[in-house]
Design a protein around this ligand. Structure first.
Ligand code: ARG
Length: 591
């Protein structure tokens, strides 16, 4: 049931209860009523009837307004011709909404608020929210988990921003830690400066692989600590932590090379951040964290001198270790310091870490410690703070197993070019590379976003690039075709139309009903922090547009009918654009 109907019902209820003593201010009721109205879903397709009748059970009204969740409204369909009308019948307040009035309302609203459609009926307070996402490591490869975090985090930030929240988009780059010492050692042992210059990412990766092979061959199945290469890596990292100048130069070089490459990727993906907060900037602040934990009497030490905070569920997830025996900082400690810093800077009411579910234990520890330190959002349910997601299986390119994100994006692009060339209707030629890259990104992103984020999924090129249904390329084609129909039909869009002329166009009416649901779907994605609701919505929208496109032509029809249809098509274009924008995709006008 779309919120259009709900709002209409709410409006009529308010009219009927004004002056009635139900113990609340009318204004207050107006603000919250449309959330309270419980409506039974319609079983039959409303497009094939004359309209909907809603019957409000006024005897349940006060209970519902006081928070009870009983069914307040019964929905039926009617077939006889009728006008919009309200009438009472005993305890029932009946509202008849003929479908012409409904179509008119939906179309009017979309035309009025355009790019705000779906997000314009804001309810609730706006908050200061931080979404931390992407957060790759510079001395290790950017893996598929980071790609998922980047794509999902971007959509969640878009959703929250569109809902009016003030959002900080933070990238917590992993540029500190033991792996850095190892990589530095690898650079000393194996670096080829020429290769490092021509393809830094590849060369850094090769060095990373070689040095880890050294460790493996020395320690075999024994712990890494038994390898002297690993020990040497640790020493180098300790030198970096103490501020060794030579190590700092090396560290900066690796960082600069990796960041330049990462920024290219973010640009291709259409992702931006408001704040890049590298882990390295917190290692000095971990000292303050330890002092604070001492003051609160929370610090304990084990026999090896490792400092930790006791956890209630220690048997299953281990201790919350915060300082190594040599005094150096840990990932958890830097995370604590960073959270405290963000809290101070941004005065956050909410915090969302978009990180793979393998790190649940880490975030459980983080929240436990932050709660002791009185961070306001640390007592939120962990599922609202650690926004976890599942694994991607089977992602490979023609080169083999995926190593670099850029290989995935490049391959998506070249596969799109192949399929565009094979299609006779393809109209782009001059900037085919650029267009194919945008489509390729849409394919990768939508395959990732189309199911529940917590589920694992198996990557498939065929599915990602399916022209016929439910893929990025399918959506882009639908949008481009709509744009070319709108610009090539010979008439322009006008609001001055009689929507009753499309009362027999079932496919267009199904489309209008679907468009009317967009604000609700947006809200559902927002409250559950689940992008897949919008993705599935968008796929269905495209299917409905394609159906209406064949059964309700514009060109060659009598002008008044053509104009009424064109107006609905133009509104559907707006809804595609709005939902694509939330999903971080760039709609193409021409393919
Ligand atoms: N850099 C980490 C990794 O790749 C992810 C960081 C997640 N965010 C955080 N605040 N711990 O594993």
């Amino acid at each position: 049931m779309s919120s259009f109907y709900k709002r209409l019902i709410a409006h009529k209820i308010i009219k009927c209860i004004k002056g009635n003593t139900i113990g609340k201010e009318v204004q207050q009721i107006e603000n919250c009523i449309h959330n309270l109205v419980q409506v039974q879903p319609l079983k039959k397709n409303v497009a094939t009837t004359s309209g909907c009748q809603f019957s409000v059970d006024t005897s349940r009204l006060s209970a519902c307004l006081n928070g009870s969740s009983q069914n307040l409204v019964k929905t039926t369909l009617f077939d006889e011709k009728d006008d919009l009308q309200t009438f009472t019948d005993g305890r029932w307040l009946n509202i008849k909404v003929p479908k012409g009035s409904f179509i008119k309302k939906v179309v009017e609203e979309i035309r009025l608020v355009t790019s705000d459609y779906g997000t314009n009926n804001k309810c609730g307070d706006t908050e200061n929210v931080c979404v931390e996402f992407s957060s790759p490591n510079v001395a290790k490869p950017f893996h598929v988990g980071h790609l998922r975090s980047t794509i999902i985090g971007n959509v969640l930030s878009n959703l929250l921003e569109a809902a009016g929240h003030s959002v900080r988009r933070v990238n917590f780059i992993g540029d500190w830690g033991t792996q850095f010492g190892l990589l530095s050692l690898g650079l000393v042992r194996y670096a080829d400066l020429e290769k490092l210059k021509s393809d830094p990412l590849l060369e850094l990766f090769n060095i990373y692989v070689k040095i880890n092979q050294d460790v493996k061959s020395e320690c075999g199945t024994a712990p890494e600590m038994t390898s002297h290469t690993y020990q040497e890596g640790l020493e180098l990292f300790a030198r970096l932590e103490k501020g060794d100048e030579g190590m700092k130069v090396l560290w900066k070089m690796v960082n600069d090379l990796s960041l330049a490459e990462l920024n290219k990727m973010y640009q291709r993906l259409g992702v931006h951040f408001s704040d890049t907060m590298p882990e390295s900037s917190y290692h000095e602040k971990t000292e303050d964290v330890l002092i604070e934990l001492h003051k609160l009497g929370l610090m304990r030490y084990d026999d090896h001198g490792v400092g930790y905070v006791q956890m209630p569920q220690e048997e299953t997830i281990g201790r919350a270790s915060v300082v190594k025996s040599d005094g150096s900082s840990l990932y958890l400690t830097r995370d604590i310091a960073s959270a405290l810093d963000r809290q101070k800077l941004f005065k956050l009411e909410r915090m969302h870490y978009v990180v793979d579910q393998g790190q649940r234990g880490h975030f459980t520890k983080l929240l436990h410690v932050l709660n002791k330190l009185d961070v306001p959002w640390a007592d939120h349910p962990i599922d609202n703070v650690h926004i976890k997601f599942g694994r991607v299986k089977g992602m490979s390119t023609r080169k083999g197993k995926v190593v670099f994100l850029r290989d995935v994006l490049d391959e998506a692009k070249s596969r799109v070019i192949e399929s565009m060339r094979a299609r006779s209707t393809t109209r782009v030629s001059e900037n085919i590379e650029e267009v194919a890259d945008i489509i390729g990104v849409a394919c990768i992103a939508l395959q990732d976003l189309k199911s529940h984020r917590a589920s694992d999924y198996t990557f498939s090129w065929d599915r990602a690039l399916n022209m016929k249904a439910d893929s990025g390329i399918f959506v882009q084609y639908c949008h481009a075709r709509l744009c070319s129909m709108l610009s090539g039909c010979g008439i322009s869009v006008t609001d001055d139309v009689d929507v009753n002329l499309i009362l027999h166009d079932i496919d267009l009416q199904n489309l209008v009903h679907h468009m009317a649901r967009y604000p609700d779907v947006f809200l559902m994605s927002l409250t559950r922090l689940e992008p897949h609701h919008i993705v599935q919505y968008l796929f269905k929208l495209c299917h409905l547009i394609n159906a209406a496109y064949s059964s309700c032509p514009v060109k060659g029809e009598p002008l008044d009918i053509a104009q009424a249809r064109l107006l609905v098509f133009d509104c559907s274009r707006q809804v595609i654009v709005n939902s694509m924008n939330i999903l971080g995709l760039q709609p193409l006008d021409k393919i």
